[in-house]
Structure formats: structure tokens, C-alpha cells
Design a protein around this ligand. Structure first.
Ligand SMILES: NC(=O)c1ccc[n+]([C@@H]2O[C@H](COP(=O)([O-])OP(=O)(O)OC[C@H]3O[C@@H](n4cnc5c(N)ncnc54)[C@H](OP(=O)(O)O)[C@@H]3O)[C@@H](O)[C@H]2O)c1
Length: 175
């Protein structure tokens, strides 16, 4: 079976990741509202706030390239149906890219809640990647798009259950 990697939100901060994954061989699908403009892989336009639209995008990607063997997903929120709709189609690893808010120590259950949003398929193996921040001389800052893409690529390559890009501690140091 030809490997099929699917990236949700691959036209934004994960575009560097998509370029790297495209060089791996296999099939690459990108889902976003304007994914058909992408120059790497096959783009499928859809809106993840609209379950019918998102399902149609997933179905079209699977129809073209076969079962999804690796997925990377960045959703602005997980309180929608799309994360579970995606998980139900993945026959391999699914990397959830999560904003730094999941590391807020005053809400310690957020990582587990994110995990539950992708529950439901016995053949989908969930991994989590948390976007942190950088502390440098003179203060702290959010990650650049390059750091995010490189960090997610490293998470995929090393296959850790949980990856923090940058740092999330001390929480009080965040920008
Ligand atoms: N450290 C942190 O915790 C953290 C967390 C998040 C973001 N950031 C920073 O903030 C910047 C902006 O973040 P961003 O969220 O705008 O990320 P982004 O990755 O630059 O853009 C969002 C991605 O999701 C797609 N998208 C957006 N809405 C969609 C929808 N309804 N349906 C389908 N696809 C959709 C967009 O493509 P289309 O426009 O084609 O739909 C795009 O590919 C990033 O560049 C990053 O540096 C930092």
C-alpha cells in the first residue's frame, strides 16, 4: 500500500512541514479552505467548521490516494466534529498540533480532553504536539512558522507520544 499522508491546515504554518513530507515519496494530501492553491501534494478545499464539507474533503483525498496512513492536524478549535471525523479515517498515526493553552497549569485536563476529541477508532494511534514559546535574552516570544514546521517534522520522525516545541514552563514566562 502506498503511504498516504494528510495534513489539515498545511497551507499555513505547516507549509514547511508539507514541503518536507512531499520529499518522502508516497502520496500527500492537504486539506484547508484554499488547499487547491498549494504547490505540493494534492489540495482539497474544505471548511473544518462544516462537517459535510470536511467529510467530503477527507473522502476525496482517500478516493484519490487511498487510506490515510499518517495525518497531521492543526485545528483552531477541537470543539467541532472535524477532529473525530479525521480520526475515524486514519489507519496509522495522527499527530494533533495543539496551541500552548493546553499546557496552562490552571487547566491540567486539557491534553486529555484533546485526546478524547480524537477517540473512536482502534486503528488510529494518537500523538500530540504542543506549540510552546521561546525564552531568550530580553524576553520571550512565540514560535516562528519555521520552528513549528521543523518541530512537528521532528515529532513525526521520532514518533514520541508527546512533543513540546520550545517550552511551556515556566508558564509565567510566556509572551
Ligand atoms: N505557540 C503557539 O501556541 C501558537 C499557536 C498557534 C499559532 N501560533 C502562531 O500564530 C500564527 C497564526 O496561526 P494560524 O492559526 O493562523 O495558523 P496558520 O497555520 O498560519 O493558518 C491556519 C491554517 O489552517 C487553515 N484553516 C483555517 N481555517 C480553516 C477552516 N475553517 N477550515 C479548513 N482549514 C482552515 C488555513 O488554510 P486556509 O486559509 O486555506 O483555510 C491554514 O492552512 C502561526 O503562524 C504561528 O506562528 C502560535
Amino acid at each position: 500500500m502506498t503511504p498516504h499522508t494528510l495534513v489539515v491546515g498545511g497551507t499555513g504554518m505547516l507549509s514547511g512541514l508539507c514541503e518536507a513530507l512531499a520529499d518522502d515519496g508516497g502520496r500527500l494530501s492537504i486539506l484547508s479552505r484554499h488547499a487547491s492553491r498549494t504547490s505540493v501534494g494534492d489540495g482539497f478545499d474544505c471548511d473544518y467548521y462544516d462537517p459535510a464539507s470536511f467529510s467530503a474533503g477527507l473522502d476525496a483525498a482517500v478516493a484519490r490516494s487511498g487510506p490515510i496512513t499518517l495525518a497531521v492536524a492543526w485545528f483552531h478549535t477541537l470543539k467541532i466534529e472535524a477532529p473525530r471525523l479525521l480520526a475515524m479515517q486514519v489507519e496509522g498515526r495522527l499527530f494533533q498540533v495543539l496551541g500552548s493553552a493546553v499546557a496552562d497549569p490552571s487547566h491540567p485536563w486539557r491534553l486529555e480532553t484533546a485526546r478524547e476529541r480524537a477517540d473512536g477508532s482502534p486503528v488510529c494511534e494518537l500523538r500530540q504536539v504542543v506549540l510552546g514559546f521561546k525564552v531568550e535574552a530580553g524576553g520571550s516570544r512565540w514560535l516562528t512558522n519555521r520552528e513549528i514546521s521543523d518541530g512537528v517534522l521532528d515529532a513525526v520522525r521520532t514518533d514520541r507520544p508527546l512533543t513540546i516545541i520550545g517550552q511551556t514552563k515556566p508558564w509565567s514566562a510566556k509572551p
